[in-house]
Design a protein around this ligand. Sequence first.
Ligand code: OGA
Ligand code: MN
Length: 292
Amino acid sequence: MKLKTTPLSERFGVEVHDFDLSKVDATGYHHLRAEFEEHSALLFRNQSLDDEAHIRLARLFGPIEDRLADERKTGETFSVPQVTNIRDDGKLTDEMDLHTLNLKANMLWHIDSTFLPVPALTNILVARIVTETGGETQLASSRAGWADMPQNLKEQIRAKSLCHRYSHSRSQISPELAKLPMFHKWPDQCWPAVFRNPVNGRGALYIASHAFKIEGWDQGSSATLLGELASFITQPEYIYSHKWRVGDVLIWDQRAVLHRARPWNYAQPRRLSSLCVSLRPEDGLDAMCQSV
Ligand code: OGA
Ligand code: MN
């Protein structure tokens, strides 16, 4: 089986054509996974993935992340997380309420779950309700950015580790948001600054809005270098900006891609279903753990 693909941007990402994600089996997954390792981001249009099929697809990549497991009451079961400004009662969240502020934290360049003891391998987003304008999701290839980075900048960070904290990204949006208990459930996690893909050996800068310091450095000097590194890898030539249509499915490799949401008019509803899959030892987690 040869997948039909076209590039999403010059440096990374492909759209996969004529592929029904609701019917993917082990062989289909094997082919998808090869594209994922090589191109870092996969787009599929016109899909009809219900929650069950979304979960089935995610499980092929690995264990589904469940950040709310400890908050659920007995009898409550897992449901697919929604990235949305639509409340349970159907009304839209107010621009300045904590829920909207948390959505705004997604607008900082990040990698999902670097603040968890086991970070994410991928996020599989399914577009349910989209806006006419704004609300794009942007991806930046931290692999292409790292490959192009000047040696003197690389040398400053190559053998170091970055420490990540959930509340740090939230504190850049609102101190009140950052105080919520949900952002203080995990101790700081330090990861090597470069994530090496175990299949093809290519490295990528492993940096996120959650990174608050370089291990062993003070926060002030860390912030300066972290800012410089993040600015380099998020230059326009490393970015793919995705304008959503209902039925789109976007899958990316968190080991090689940063992402962020773009603002939209909050008087308009937007809803994406999101399943993060956790890294397994063979995805490079083992090597990341051994070098810290
Ligand atoms: C996420 C995320 C971006 C978006 O689901 O983790 O950052 O565009 N989403 O909503
Ligand atoms: Mn995210």
